[in-house]
Design a protein around this ligand. Sequence first.
Ligand SMILES: [Zn+2]
Length: 254
Amino acid sequence: MIPTDKDLWFLPLGGCGEIGMNLNLFGHNGSWLMVDCGITFEDSVTSRTGNRVEMPDPLFIANRHEALAGIIATHAHEDHIGALPHLWEQLRCPIYTTPFTRNVVARKFAQAGIRAPLVTVHPGETIEIGPFKVTWVPITHSTPETNGLLIDTPAGRVLHTADWKVDPAPVVGEPIQPKLFQSIGDRGVGRLSVIRRMHRSRVVRRRSLHFSMVCSRQCRRVLSALWSLASRATWRGSKPSATSLMWQDAILAC
Ligand SMILES: [Zn+2]
């Protein structure tokens, strides 16, 4: 399974169809690029053992780690970097990320006694990682220096946004830059995006509903989705629980 120079493959080993433990692969011209390497926690409702840490299975890329050009960490949340110190020995390649996330990752590696090559990249910078030309695109989220990635190859161009929100006045980080994303779209790009807002408390649910109601008066279009753990429970062969509901709100096109 080797991508040719005419291929641009997306292969998620974690994080799609589930919450957390993001691990995404892009394949082009014999090489792979990993975006994020995170953990998740075992569900406390269906688990009998508590909130154990879970990680994606890296076997596919571990078996061809010599073709892994690099790992990019989009931001410093655990579901995007938490598995790095646990899986790096199987991957053994440079890790690219911004200064804040680098510091968080470096501390994790130091605690694990691992020396891994960490490469600092600044928001807005473009670098080449194997056959991938990658531009760090500042994006609004709830942790400093969160970035989307414009991944450019002769076979195609993808904007991988990871976690993001549309917020002109965020508490942390820079506000969203609509013109920047418009210019990227004008150049022609495929978009991969994941929006996650998990809420379990009634207070947060009420706030979430209130936000949706306010937005519905001010926006032309609102999409709000309810996500249930029932699907995950079914995958695990467990009986779905009525109390295992989670909310996921996606607010679009404001
Ligand atoms: Zn995040």
